[in-house]
Design a binder for this molecule. Structure first.
Ligand code: SAM
Length: 488
């Protein structure tokens, strides 16, 4: 039996737009759990993910038919993802899918290959917001996801904004590791992961075109998923979170450029963390609110903040299929002074090293190569100044794609490179079946009878899993120890 909700929360929500006590309590008591994923269109198609997550739901023949449909037009252009018929789609995110039950994600090679991310459906609304904001405008060049771990919004931004430079930041040290891992798996070459306090971004005044602040909050929106949050909830904590949200926003806002946008979100129902913050952003920070067009059939409740009538978007689990979520959007119209940025120097490779690395890369001309200590990094060439600037101002945990290190005359490839999609097709590939793939991901011994020697990419259904070294009749498994599946 699910835990009862805090009475003080219910009392505080009476009269709040969209709050209906009985259906709200009923849905929390129902025990219903919603599972959703967002797939990675840089790695797989809509047809492939649907065949993978709904294999029993649709006859194979229909899947095959859709495969033909998606073969594209006579010019070879693929049907846009948004135009495809999908099973269990999430209305506000073309790459989102509801699952009818929760599978064992841990044992699914697709997850480890970065083919999808397990993400709460409501929070995928950010996808719609970005699409709406930039439908007729140039995409934002420099994007900061300030509170980014474990990486749900950052991987979404990387998909929705493939031509932007994304700084994905997390202040809590032990959460940066999982953020970096998820960004590596997703194959983000246009991103940097940083470990900084929001106040550190004052070093980059007027720098970003888009800020995403998915703020730490009292967490009432996730009560169905995490019952411990019910015990931890208190009015004092809501007040504490509200003050912390203001502090975080006040610290980071100087880095937003004139004309730039802020997307603010929480997974709290409390007005003090939602609409009250919106009023504060307009009254105290001088931002302009931005309205987002939303299809009324989606069940999202549009609210207006009490003082400044800022439009906000509320997600209630009794009205949508997902958890509690709040989002509002703003624009900076004040003149913000931009600095002349110093582009720190990136350590260059020698000509021989460049030639060696270029042999491994599918489109070397698109990339700037540089070294961080011994590791060779590839970054889309157009972002080299941005990366150098960010590196000179912030604590960068990773940036671009780690390609590997040079030992003697050879490249020892980095795991991140295997998952990046940057690999040339001259590199040998060994396709595994599911049993072998899981053994590989557990870092167990595997037998490969290929007759080849040297580095090879392990794949499952053409999705890259990682490296192995073929040594005649032996194989060295190079799957990173710290990422291996521990589940028996
Ligand atoms: N955006 C993430 C996603 O989609 O996967 C979830 C972010 S979670 C709601 C809030 C994040 O803020 C957490 O990763 C937390 O560690 C971080 N955080 C906690 N205190 C913070 C602070 N004072 N300043 C900035 N971030 C903070």
């Amino acid at each position: 039996m699910p835990k009862p909700l805090p009475q003080k929360l219910i009392e505080s929500l009476r009269g709040v737009a969209g709050f209906e006590e009985e259906p709200f309590l009923n849905i929390h008591q129902s025990g219903e759990q919603v599972t959703s994923i967002r797939y990675n269109p840089a790695k797989i198609s809509a047809v492939q993910i649907d065949a993978h997550v709904f294999p029993a739901g649709k006859p194979k023949a229909e899947m095959a038919e859709r495969q033909v449909e998606n073969a594209g037009d006579e010019k070879g252009n693929e049907t846009p993802v948004d135009a495809l018929p999908t099973q269990n789609p999430i209305a506000w995110c073309a790459t989102g899918r509801y699952l009818s039950q929760r599978p064992s994600f841990t044992l699914d090679p697709y997850l480890h290959a970065g083919a999808y991310y397990v993400q709460e459906a409501s929070s995928m609304f950010v996808d719609h917001v970005i699409k709406f904001l930039y439908q007729e405008k140039a995409h934002p060049e420099r994007v900061l996801d300030l509170c980014a771990a474990p990486g749900g919004k950052s991987t979404l931004l990387a998909t929705r904004l493939p031509d932007s430079f994304i700084v994905s930041n997390e202040v809590i040290k032990n959460r940066v590791t999982i953020l970096a891992e998820n960004m590596s798996k997703w194959g983000c070459s246009n991103a940097a992961v940083t470990h900084n306090d929001p106040a550190d971004f004052k070093r980059l005044p007027g720098y970003f075109d888009l800020l995403v602040v998915d703020a730490p909050c009292s967490g009432s929106g996730l009560f169905r998923k995490d019952e411990r949050a019910i015990d931890e909830w208190s009015e004092e904590n809501v007040a504490h979170c509200s003050l912390r949200q203001q502090r975080i926003l006040a610290d980071v806002l100087p880095s937003l450029k004139t004309g730039g946008h802020l997307i603010y979100s929480t997974c709290s129902y409390s007005v003090a963390e939602d609409e009250a913050i919106c009023d504060w952003l307009v009254n105290e920070m001088g931002l302009q609110s931005v309205s987002i067009r939303v299809d009324p059939s989606w069940g999202i409740v549009k609210t207006l903040s009490p003082e400044c009538q800022v439009p906000g978007y509320r997600f209630y689990p009794d009205k949508i299929k997902g958890e509690g979520f709040f989002l509002a959007c703003f624009q900076q119209l004040k003149e913000v002074e931009e600095k002349e940025y110093y582009h720190g120097k990136l350590a260059q490779l020698s000509k021989t090293e460049t030639q060696l690395v270029n042999y491994w890369l599918n489109t070397p001309d698109h990339f700037q190569l540089f070294k961080q200590k011994e590791t060779i990094i590839a970054l889309p060439a157009k972002w080299k100044n941005e990366f150098a600037t960010v590196q000179s101002a912030l604590h960068v945990r990773k940036g671009g794609v780690a390609i590997g290190t040079i030992k003697g005359k050879d490249l020892v490839p980095h795991h991140e490179f295997a998952l990046s999609g940057l690999l040339h097709n001259n590199i040998p590939v060994i396709e595994f079946d599911e049993t072998q793939a899981v053994r590989y991901l557990k870092r167990q011994d595997i037998a490969v009878d290929s007759g080849l020697r040297g580095w090879a990419l392990a794949t499952f259904e053409n999705l890259a899993l990682g490296w192995m070294k073929l040594l005649g009749n032996r194989v060295n498994n190079y799957y990173p120890t710290e990422w291996r599946i521990l589940k028996p």
